[in-house]
Design a protein around this ligand. Structure first.
Ligand SMILES: [Zn+2]
Ligand SMILES: [Zn+2]
Length: 258
């Protein structure tokens, strides 16, 4: 009886210790590391990044195409692509040029168990959105082909949309626009090949849910714009009013795309 009482007391003590440790670690967070370089941060900050990495982010703040947001040289207002073709979306923007720190973070997010990074990266998209005057009713992540999503365990575009719901209270509709084909990477294809590659790749399941709405399409990287074009075409065809596009990064293409 005495022994069993001792056991009970010891269990209670352990329980208290474990409870205390949990509360302590929750209250006094230490070992906060920069999401890019893993160096220890003195104090927590919004993006969980050290000053060095934050300063090294490749901001897309130079001269950009008024329509698609790609970084351009010269004094014109549009890139070659937007000059020559009509788009179904209004505007596309990206806070960063693909490369350096942001490329590493996107890679980690997608391929290296970096799901947790999405909450921080999503904040960069929210900040970029706040700078615009876009009026939107819902956020729509660019879908992945179902088998690819199952293999990865998540769709990075859906994760990158998360803060629109939690910070701005804008609904995210992630299961209405779907991808029917697994399309290989677009970068090395010609314009015609890209078009064929994505032909009938996307579909809207419930047209009524999108009809008359203004939506914001979200993706991780804007490469050639072909995916954005195709998603926008499908969304427009079911009665979406205006489409805006935000991606984390815009690939800077050294050679003219078309
Ligand atoms: Zn760092
Ligand atoms: Zn453009």
């Amino acid at each position: 009886m005495v022994l069993s009482m001792k056991n009970v007391l010891s269990k209670i003590k352990k329980l208290f210790v474990s409870l205390f440790t949990t509360i302590k670690s929750a209250l006094f967070v230490k070992d906060i590391k920069c999401i890019a370089c893993s160096s220890e941060l003195d104090k927590p900050n919004k993006y969980c990044m050290c000053e060095d990495c934050f300063a090294k982010l490749p901001y897309n703040n130079g001269h950009i195409c008024y329509k698609c947001g790609t970084n351009i040289v010269g004094s014109g207002s549009y890139c070659l692509n937007c000059k020559d073709s009509q788009k179904d979306y209004e505007f596309a923007r990206a806070p960063f040029i693909y490369g350096g720190v942001i490329q590493t973070l996107i890679y980690k997010l997608k391929y290296s168990r970096g799901k947790y990074l999405a909450n921080y990266l999503s904040l960069f998209l929210v900040d970029e959105f706040i700078k615009t005057d876009w009026q939107i009713d819902a956020v729509v992540p660019v879908p992945l082909y179902i088998k690819r999503e199952k293999k990865r365990g998540f769709n990075q575009a859906t994760l990158l949309s998360s803060q629109f719901e939690s910070v701005l209270n804008i609904p995210v509709i992630s299961n209405n626009l779907v991808r029917l084909k697994n399309t290989p990477t677009q970068t090395k294809l010609t314009k015609i090949e890209r078009k064929n590659n994505l032909d009938k790749a996307f579909k809207v399941l419930d047209k009524k849910e999108f009809k008359g709405k203004n939506v914001l399409l979200i993706d991780d990287v804007f490469t050639t714009g072909a995916t954005t074009d195709e998603c926008s075409k499908v969304l427009k065809s079911v009665g979406v009013k205006n489409i805006y596009v935000l991606t984390l990064a815009h690939v800077k293409l050294d050679i003219p795309m078309y």
